[in-house]
Design a protein. Structure first.
Length: 504
C-alpha cells in the first residue's frame, strides 16, 4: 500500500514538473508577443457574426458565405503550408482550414505557435471538406487570449471527481455532457417559471439574512452584522416571509432562491442549495399535490420530450396520477404495524424499542415521532415510483394545519421518487394561537440541545393575528429535481460550484 502511494506521489510530482515546464514555454511565447506589440490581453472586444452551432445547423444558409467566429483551440494539425484546427465556442466545436496562402507568411508562422487552449477569432468562408466535414476556410486568425496553463490531455488530468468539482471551468471545457447538464438545468428552471406564471403566480424575492432562523427545522449558518451589532442567520427556508405576503393580500406567490443549512454533506446534500417555494390563498395540500404533478410532468415533457425517464437504471413515469397514501397506511402496508391501533406515547416508544429503532432524545419520545422514525426506517426506500405520503404527525410538522379527521396528524405531504424526498407541502397553519404553542415547543427543544429546532418568531405570529387566509404551500428541491431529469447520481453534478473543503 505504501509502495503504491509513493508511486502515485512520484507520478504527481513528475506531472507537476511537466506542467511547470509547459507553462514556462507558454509564458515565453506571451513575452515574445508582447515585445512585438501583439499582446492578446490588450484586445478588449471582438465582433463575431455567428456560432459553430448555427453554422452546422444551417449549412445551406452559410455555404460559401463569410463568417466571423471565436472559440478555444481544442485540436490542431500542422501540415507544412496548410493546417487544420478545431475550436470550441459556446455552442460546440467546428473545424477551420488555415493556410499560408490565405494568411500570409508572418501570420501563418504566428498561428503555428498557438497552443491548445488558446482563444482565437477566425474570419473566413464556410465550406465542406472532401470528407464532408463542415468547416471554416480562414482568411484571418486573431489570438484573443493566451492560455498559460495547458488543458488536461484528453481529460486524463481531471479523472479525479473531486478535482472536477474544484475546477468546474476545466470540467466544462473538456466534457460537453457536463455543460449539457447545466443547460438543461436552466431550461428546467425556466419552464417552472413559465408554468407558475401561466397559473397566476407572482415571482418575488425575500431576504437571505434574517434575525432568526425559521420556516424549517435545520441548523443555520450564523453571521454578524457589524453596523447593527447583531447576529443574523442565513435563511434555511423561504416560507415565513412568503406567507407574510399572502397575509398582505397577494393571492399566489413563489420564489426560486438559495437557502443555507449548516449540516452534513453527501451525494444528496450541499450546505447551500436552491428551493422553489410557492403559496396560494384559498387552496390546501390536495391542490399542492395537483400542482406538483403538473410541474414535474410538464417540465419533463418540455425538456426531455417524455414523462418516462431512466434514473440510475430505474424507469420512472412522471405522468400525472401519482399514488397517494397516508403515512400510517404506508407503514402498515410495508410492516403490518397499524399505528391507528397504537394510541399512547408509551405504547409507541415500547414498540420502537422492540424493533430496535433508536429514538434520538427524550423530547422525541412521542407517538408522532415514532411514526416518523418507522416511516424513515421501513418505507422511504421502497417508494420508487412517484408517491405522495400525506397526513404527518403534528410533532414533526410545526407549520402545518391539523387534520380535521385526526388532530394528532396534519394536512402535510412529502413526495418521494426512488426513495428520495423531492417536495414538501402543507395546508398552512393559520391559527396564531396554535402556531404560538408549536413555536414554544420548538424553542423548548432548542433549549434542550436540538440545534435544528426552530425559534420563536413573534412578528410572524403577529402577521397570523392580522389574518392568513386558508393557504396551500409547497416546497420543491430544485437540485434534486435537476438530478432526476439529468440522471445525475450526486448533487455536486448539478451545482456549478459545489461546496468543497480547501485543499490546504
Amino acid at each position: 500500500m505504501q509502495e503504491n502511494n509513493n508511486k502515485t506521489e512520484k507520478q504527481n510530482q513528475e506531472q507537476e514538473l511537466d506542467i511547470n515546464h509547459l507553462m514556462q514555454i507558454r509564458r515565453e511565447k506571451l513575452e515574445e508577443l508582447q515585445k512585438e506589440n501583439k499582446d492578446p490581453f490588450e484586445i478588449t472586444k471582438f465582433e463575431i457574426t455567428t456560432s459553430a452551432g448555427e453554422i452546422k445547423a444551417n449549412y445551406e444558409k452559410f455555404e460559401q458565405k463569410d463568417v466571423t467566429i471565436a472559440g478555444r483551440i481544442m485540436a490542431k494539425r500542422i501540415m507544412g503550408k496548410a493546417s487544420f484546427c478545431t475550436i470550441q465556442d459556446q455552442d460546440e466545436k467546428i473545424q477551420s482550414y488555415v493556410s499560408i496562402n490565405d494568411l500570409g507568411e508572418e501570420s501563418y508562422k504566428q498561428f503555428k505557435t498557438f497552443d491548445i487552449g488558446d482563444i482565437i477569432g477566425i474570419t473566413g468562408f464556410v465550406f465542406k471538406t472532401r470528407t464532408e466535414e463542415i468547416s471554416v476556410h480562414a482568411k484571418e486568425v486573431v489570438l484573443l487570449s493566451k492560455s498559460l496553463r495547458p488543458l488536461p490531455e484528453k481529460f486524463q488530468g481531471l479523472k479525479d471527481t473531486d478535482l472536477r468539482y474544484r475546477q468546474r471551468y476545466t470540467d466544462l471545457i473538456m466534457k460537453p455532457e457536463v455543460k449539457e447538464t447545466f443547460l438543461l438545468r436552466s431550461k428546467i428552471i425556466s419552464n417552472i417559471r413559465k408554468i407558475l406564471e401561466e397559473k397566476g403566480y407572482l415571482e418575488v424575492e425575500t431576504p437571505i439574512l434574517n434575525t432568526i432562523s425559521g420556516g424549517a427545522t435545520a441548523r443555520p449558518f450564523i453571521t454578524h452584522h457589524n453596523s447593527l451589532n447583531i447576529n443574523m442567520y442565513l435563511r434555511i427556508a423561504l416560507e415565513l416571509n412568503l406567507k407574510r405576503l399572502i397575509v398582505g393580500g397577494f393571492g399566489k406567490v413563489y420564489e426560486i432562491g438559495r437557502v443555507f443549512r449548516n449540516e452534513g454533506m453527501d451525494i444528496r446534500h450541499n450546505p447551500e442549495f436552491t428551493m422553489l417555494e410557492l403559496y396560494a390563498a384559498y387552496q390546501d395540500y390536495q391542490d399542492m399535490m395537483d400542482i406538483t404533478e403538473e410541474l414535474f410532468s410538464k417540465t419533463a415533457m418540455e425538456v426531455l420530450g417524455t414523462t418516462k425517464i431512466n434514473y440510475q437504471g430505474k424507469e420512472i413515469d412522471l405522468a400525472p396520477g401519482w399514488r397517494r397514501i397516508t403515512m400510517i397506511d404506508s407503514i402498515k402496508e410495508v410492516t403490518g404495524i397499524d399505528f391507528n391501533q397504537i394510541q399512547t406515547d408509551e405504547e409507541a416508544v415500547k414498540l420502537a424499542k422492540e424493533k430496535g429503532i433508536e429514538i434520538p432524545d427524550k423530547t422525541k419520545e412521542t407517538r408522532g415521532d415514532v411514526i416518523s422514525l418507522f416511516f424513515d426506517e421501513y418505507v422511504e426506500k421502497t417508494l420508487i415510483q412517484p408517491t405522495f405520503i400525506y397526513d404527518y404527525p403534528v410533532e414533526i410538522s410545526p407549520l402545518a394545519k391539523k387534520s380535521v379527521k385526526d388532530k394528532r396528524m396534519t394536512e402535510r405531504f412529502e413526495v418521494f421518487i426512488d426513495g428520495r424526498e423531492y417536495g414538501n407541502a402543507f395546508s398552512e397553519l393559520n391559527d396564531p394561537i396554535d402556531q404560538y404553542e408549536r413555536f414554544k415547543k420548538q424553542v423548548e427543544a432548542r433549549e434542550a440541545g436540538d440545534e435544528e429546532a426552530g425559534m420563536m418568531d413573534e412578528d410572524y405570529i403577529q402577521a397570523l393575528e392580522i389574518g392568513l387566509p386558508p393557504t396551500g404551500g409547497l416546497g420543491i428541491g430544485i437540485d434534486r429535481f435537476v438530478m432526476l431529469l439529468t440522471n445525475s447520481s450526486s448533487i455536486r453534478d448539478v451545482l456549478l460550484f459545489p461546496t468543497m473543503k480547501p485543499l490546504n
